[in-house]
Every structure is written in structure tokens, then in C-alpha cells.
Design a protein around this ligand. Structure first.
Ligand code: URA
Length: 425
């Protein structure tokens, strides 16, 4: 087998055989297939697609490139959630302890932010002392003691995806449904969760800009999960505007704690509860309403145990950026657009995100929103507060907001989008 012939098959819109897929994934993981060869193949896949057999074999080959985890020794059923990535998407933070409080164990392997979308690990690392890197034994101990664990995937889990995802990120080949589906599902299947709820984001701040593409991605991933024996469900959710009122690491931790304390923005609470209900149902856990666990403090207890077990000081003040800059409304009316992509890029440029994998992030940087689409606006009122340690970034960050905030006359009809747009099971 050789890489040019595999690339030519896909370049000419052919179907890759099982043997070609197994070989190319294994040889790439071992370094025998070079990055430039794999990037040519990834581009051919982006342009010409893969059928379900190819996607399923590709996923399986990536799982077989590393180890599989096993939680069968736990006394509780396991349930996990994966979001395809968005702006202000802090849902994992309140969701994992909430589901644990209701009786399912949550083994959540999370990632870091790249580009305009935030990453769960970057958010949690703003809590003083909190550690993302755990050994398998430590992960199991936190899961047993706190009912939920959020940590980085070890190097042994789907190493082919780790290499390929980094390559796709710098070769313009992220936005391919077969590659996204196999990337996400190889990690989730290798992780060994019994049930999985996918939060497939749709809109300007998501990889999938329209509902039809998101439905295709969701159907592909649900099919891969079920075929591997993971009870998988997908919710398609709106990402045309940021979730909640914050985008940025420590800012989002603060908002998540508000949700766990029974408050927080309505959209964050609604989506957290919708995903919690799906995760519990998929794991076969019935009888406890997650809304009660937010009210009675049991979700907060699990949060405190989970964060402390990973070295985090739950009572320490969260980092605050050195500088703040308020953006005010230039006219009165109704806020009709607060674009997720614009806010995500603004937060990223302020220092909340990274341009390269090895860049540090600023814990306190980000965007605080003072209004949401549909809210009445009075000229001069604060719309956003921008937080950063590096005020020289303000100009560049503010440029990202051009066209992303629209205040229309007060009598402009406005219909709020539902948060959950579809469900695929
Ligand atoms: N998240 C992943 O893990 N992989 C992708 O390809 C896209 C989002």
C-alpha cells in the first residue's frame, strides 16, 4: 500500500477500501504517512465526501490507533455529553455535576479552545489549582467520589485523531462532515461511556452554519454511536447568538456557578436542563428532576467535590482582567442581532482564546454582554464590557464586532429563536 494511490482514489471520487483506510490511519499514526500526504487526503475527503461504510471504518481505525477506557466496574451507568463547539458554551460546567447529582456517572473528556470557540479545560483552568491532566486511576477516583470528572483525554486515546485534528486545523480541512463525525465519535467511543448526548450547534458561531448540514452531521454521529453500542442522541441547538451573558474563561466559570446556585441566564439554564434530561434518559436513570437538583443544592455539592478532587480551590476568587472597556448603544430600539461569531472572535482577540495550540490564554479576558436579542435598548446604555490584560488589543478586538450588533427601531418585529431546534435519535 502507498499513500499516493490512496490519495488518488479519493481525489478521483472513488471509495476507499477497508484495507486502504486501516493502512493509512495506522501508517499516519506511526509517522510513515507524512503530514503533507495526510493533508492532501483530508482535502480530497472534504471535497468528495465518504459514504457511511467508509466513515464507520475510518472511525474504527482511529479508535484502534489507541487504548479504550472501561468504566464497567462503576456501580452507576455512565452518560456523557459532547458539544460541537460554540461561543459562551459553558454548559459542561454545570451539566456534569448536575447529572451526577441525579444518579448517573459523567466521565467527561474535554478539549481546549481553538479559534473563536471556547474550550472547557481553558475555562476550568481559571480556577486556582485545578488540574486538567489526570492519570486513568485518578480519573476513576474522582468519578467514584464526585460522580463526575472533567479532564483532558490522555495521549493514548485515539492518537490518530489527535494528530489529524491538529493537521486539519492548519490545512482548512476542519469543516468536513465525515472528518468531524469520525473525530468526535472515535474519542467518545474509545472513552467507553454507555450513553452519549451530542449537542450539535447550528449558526454563525458553529462549524455547521445551517440546519440541513447539522442534521446530516448529527445523523452520522448518532449512527456511529449506536453501531458501537453507545446509546446516542443528538440535540441540534442554536448558536446564532452566544449562550448566556459571558464569553471568556473565568467569566464563564462565574456564570456556571450562578446556574449551580439556582440562578444564571435563562438560556443557559434551559439548555443545561434539556441536556441533563437527555443524558439521564439515555443512561436509563429515571425519577429525579434535574431542576430540583439545581434548587436543592445537590448539583452545587457535586461541583465542589469534583473541582476540589482535581486540586481546585472552589472558594478562591476567580481571576479578573486588568482592564475593562464598555461599549454603549449609539441608538435606541430593540437589539435584533448579537452575532455569536463576532462576539467569539472579539473574546478570542481580547486574549480568551489562542491562535496556536501552544499559546497561553488569559483567564480573565472575554466579553460580558448586558443585553440579548429581543431586549429593548436605550441610546447610551452599556451593551458589552470587554475584559483583557492587554488593552493594546482593544482596537483589533472591537473590529471583530463590525456588523455583529444591530439595534433596530423599537417597532421592528422580533421573534426569538428556540434554543433546541431539533432532536435526532
Ligand atoms: N471537535 C472534534 O473533536 N473534532 C472535530 O473534527 C471538530 C470538533
Amino acid at each position: 500500500m502507498d499513500a499516493p494511490s490512496v490519495i488518488r482514489t479519493k481525489r478521483d471520487s472513488g471509495e476507499l477500501t477497508d484495507a486502504q483506510i486501516d493502512w493509512v490511519i495506522d501508517a499516519y499514526t506511526r509517522g510513515e504517512v507524512a503530514d503533507e500526504q495526510m493533508s492532501a487526503l483530508a482535502m480530497a475527503i472534504l471535497l468528495n465526501g465518504m459514504n457511511l461504510r467508509e466513515i464507520s471504518r475510518w472511525t474504527d481505525a482511529m479508535i484502534r490507533s489507541g487504548v479504550r477506557m472501561d468504566f464497567s466496574a462503576l456501580p452507576l451507568p455512565t452518560s456523557d455529553k459532547h458539544s460541537t463547539g460554540g461561543v459562551g458554551d459553558k454548559i459542561t460546567l454545570p451539566l456534569a455535576p448536575l447529572v451526577a447529582a441525579c444518579g448517573a456517572a459523567v466521565p467527561q473528556l474535554s478539549g481546549r479552545g481553538l479559534g473563536h470557540t471556547g474550550g472547557t479545560l481553558d475555562k476550568l483552568e481559571s480556577i486556582p489549582g485545578w488540574r486538567a491532566l489526570l492519570s486513568n486511576d485518578e480519573m476513576m477516583t474522582v468519578l467514584r467520589d464526585a460522580g463526575a470528572v472533567i479532564c483532558a483525554a490522555g495521549d493514548g486515546l485515539a492518537p490518530a485523531d489527535k494528530k489529524l485534528y491538529a493537521l486539519r486545523d492548519v490545512t482548512g480541512t476542519v469543516e468536513a462532515i465525515p472528518l468531524i463525525a469520525s473525530s468526535i465519535m472515535s474519542k467518545k467511543i474509545a472513552e467507553g461511556t454507555g450513553a452519549l448526548v451530542l449537542d450539535v450547534k447550528v449558526g454563525s458561531g458553529a462549524f455547521m452554519k445551517n440546519l440541513a448540514d447539522a442534521q446530516e452531521l448529527a445523523r452520522t454521529m448518532v449512527g456511529l454511536g449506536k453501531a458501537a453500542g453507545v446509546n446516542t442522541v443528538a440535540l441540534l441547538t442554536d448558536m446564532s447568538t452566544p449562550l448566556g451573558l459571558t464569553a471568556g474563561n473565568a467569566l464563564e466559570v462565574r456564570e456556571s456557578v450562578e446556574v449551580l446556585a439556582g440562578g444564571g441566564p435563562a438560556d443557559v439554564v434551559e439548555l443545561t436542563l434539556a441536556l441533563a434530561r437527555e443524558m439521564l434518559a439515555a443512561a436509563g436513570v429515571h425519577g429525579k428532576d434535574p431542576a430540583d437538583a439545581l434548587r436543592d443544592g445537590s448539583a452545587m455539592d457535586h461541583w465542589r467535590r469534583m473541582i476540589s478532587a482535581q486540586g481546585g480551590d472552589v472558594d478562591a476568587p476567580l481571576p479578573v482582567a486588568r482592564e475593562q472597556h464598555v461599549i454603549t448603544a449609539s441608538s435606541s430600539g430593540v437589539l435584533t442581532t448579537l452575532d455569536a461569531y463576532a462576539v467569539g472572535v472579539c473574546a478570542w482577540r481580547l486574549g480568551a482564546g489562542r491562535a496556536r495550540k501552544e499559546d497561553p490564554v488569559q483567564a480573565g479576558a472575554g466579553v460580558e454582554m448586558h443585553a440579548k436579542p429581543g431586549d429593548p435598548i436605550v441610546a447610551g446604555q452599556p451593551l458589552l464590557t470587554l475584559h483583557t490584560d492587554t488593552p493594546e488589543r482593544y482596537e483589533y478586538a472591537i473590529e471583530a464586532l463590525a456588523g455583529g450588533i444591530v439595534v433596530d427601531p423599537a417597532d421592528t418585529p422580533f421573534t426569538a429563536k428556540p434554543i433546541v431546534l431539533d432532536r435526532i435519535a
